[in-house]
Structure formats: C-alpha cells, structure tokens
Design a protein around this ligand. Structure first.
Ligand code: GDP
Length: 310
C-alpha cells in the first residue's frame, strides 16, 4: 500500500511497539496516530500525557525500550530532590522527560491546545507522523475500587494494580469533544488500524468520545484491529484485570466483539487460532498470525499483515 493515509488508534506501550514496525514499512508522513489521553494526570503542577509521550519518544527513537516509557539513559536528579523535599514520588519522571512536561504545561497555561502542543513536540522531535490527542478537553479515567475511586495512574503505578476493581468511570466523557482533526483523520483515511492496546482504558476511552465511534462506523476506510490479548492473557498491563472485573471474557474474541460495530478485520495470535471462527461469525474477517512483537522483524511483519487488510 502506498500513497494512502493511515490512521491508527493508540494507547501507550503496545501501540508504540506496533508503530515501530509500521514506520518501517509505510511512509511516516502518511501516518496519523490518535492517542488516548485518559491516563493524563497533573502532578507537581505539571500536565503529564503518558501515552502521547510514549508514542512520541518511541517514534523519535529515544524511548527507554526496557521500561517502555521515558527516555533512554535519562537521569532522575530532579526526582531525587523532590523526594527529599517530601513530595509523593510514586510517578517516576526523568530529567529529560521533565522538560516535556514543563513545555506542555507552560504552553497549556498560555492557552495553546493540547493538540497544537502535541504537534509542536512532534516537530521538535523531527517526527513526520501526525500525532493527535483524542480530545483537547478534560477527560480522566477513574478506577472504582472496593476502597474508593482513584485516578487510573494511582491504580496502575501507585498501587501497582493491586486494588480490586469494581468498575471504570470516564470522567468528562459526556462533555469531551474529539479534536476536529481526529474526525477528519478517520473520515479521510484510506485505512484505520486499532493498535494492540488496552481495549478498555486505551481504545475504550477513545471510543467513548462523542462522534469517534460513529466516524469509525461511517468511514469508507477498512478498519483492522490487532488483539492485545494472546492466549487468554495480556502481554503486559492491566487489561486482563479490567476485563475480568467488568465481566468481559478475557480473550481475543472479546476484543473483536467490543469493536464489532466498526471492524472489518481482526488479527489474532496463532495461540488463539481456535477463535477464528467465532470472530468470523461476527462478520469480521479474521487473520491468524504471530502477534507477539519481540524483534523488529516481528513488528514489521505485524504491520505488513495489518496493511494487507486495508
Ligand atoms: P499501556 O497503556 O502503556 O499499557 O499501553 P497499551 O494500552 O497500548 O497497551 C497495553 C496492551 O498492549 C496490553 O493489553 C498488552 O497485552 C498489549 N501488548 C503489549 N505488547 C504486545 C505485543 O507484543 N503483541 C500484542 N499483540 N499485544 C501486545
């Protein structure tokens, strides 16, 4: 596929790793990535957008691959000093990473929108891809646990996914509007890829924004999704716990089912090949292949398979 615009829906690490393959087999300038902002959080008076930063740093080739977030070889001097000053320091911020949060926060205070700032940061990192936050409006993924309601990052990072989840709340979803560029990117794309990301708190948040789901249903472009669930479990992160506590079967099929109203094709892992027929019974073309991205070749292969569905 050449000469075609592709729009990807993305969370953090899983999506970023897939995009590393995509940019090697498809022109970067034709790729738009719509990124979840439900994980965004204010800490130390800074606006932090974890998923946007993971995607940006990864595409810029500076991400700490081992952690999946932050900048390679970053130091944590500021963070150490914050600790000494008695700040709560459960959310790690490296010194270089801090510059991104300072820049974003300062620009937001000047009245510049998150989408403009995200575009500026992408340019400053010499990216050719377009990166769009799902919304410029306030939106926060809240986890309701048996001990009370907390921010998604508190559940994930501060409490290490230990709390019992009762439900999930998308604070701001009723009012949040997608950035205009997001709807255009879906309507005008020649193909849409839903990255292997958390179906509840990464893709589910994007889908909860008014107009996005409808745009996905109405676009003429084919929509393909890659399962983040392999052999009934996650590669990493809280998707399994979230799905289970929401009463959703933890399987590749379930992910296809969650996207059933707008999906044309679904890529599931060889380990889940017995679910192919179930997915196809939903009226979705199912492709079985290796979806575990260990090497660059794995990532490129998965990108090629996704492109072949568009
Ligand atoms: P997070 O918000 O940083 O956790 O990132 P995402 O929402 O993008 O991704 C989390 C999901 O990515 C998890 O459900 C993982 O199972 C999935 N994931 C991570 N690595 C891989 C991989 O190599 N292959 C596939 N198919 N899924 C992956």
């Amino acid at each position: 596929v050449t000469n075609k615009k592709i729009t990807c829906l993305a969370g953090g690490v899983g999506a970023a790793r897939f995009l590393q393959g995509l940019v090697r087999v498809f022109p970067e300038e034709w790729i738009t990535v719509v990124v979840n902002t439900g994980d965004d959080i204010e800490l130390y008076d800074l606006h932090i957008s974890p998923d946007i930063d993971i995607v940006t740093y990864t595409l810029a080739g500076i991400v700490d691959e081992e952690k999946g977030w932050g900048i390679r070889n970053d130091t944590f001097n500021c963070f150490t000093m914050l600790q000494r000053y008695g700040y709560e320091t459960w959310f790690n911020i490296g010194d270089k990473d801090l510059a991104t949060h300072l820049y974003r926060t300062e620009q937001l205070k000047k009245g510049i929108s998150l989408s403009e700032i995200t575009a500026k940061l992408a340019r400053l990192h010499a990216l050719k891809e377009t990166i769009l936050p799902m919304t410029n409006d306030e939106f926060e993924t809240r986890i309701i646990t048996d001990k009370g309601e907390i921010h998604f990052q508190e559940y994930m990072v501060k409490h290490g996914m230990q709390d019992n989840i009762v439900s999930v709340r998308f604070a701001g979803a009723e009012r949040a509007k997608p950035c205009q560029e997001v709807i255009n990117a879906i309507a005008e794309a020649s193909g849409i890829i839903v990255c292997p990301s958390n179906p509840i708190v990464s893709i589910g948040t994007i889908l909860s924004i008014k107009g996005i789901r409808r745009a996905l249903k109405e676009t003429k472009a084919n929509v393909v999704a890659i399962s983040p669930i392999i052999a009934g479990t996650v590669v990493k992160g809280p998707a399994e716990k979230l799905m289970r506590s929401l009463g959703i079967e933890v399987s590749a099929f379930s992910v296809a089912d969650l996207y059933e109203d707008f999906l044309d094709a679904f890529i599931l892992d060889n380990a889940d090949k017995e679910q192919k027929e179930r997915v196809e019974a939903l009226g979705i073309k199912a492709i079985v292949t290796n979806t575990l991205m260990k090497t660059v070749e794995d990532k490129m292969h998965l990108a090629e398979v996704a492109l072949s569905c568009l």
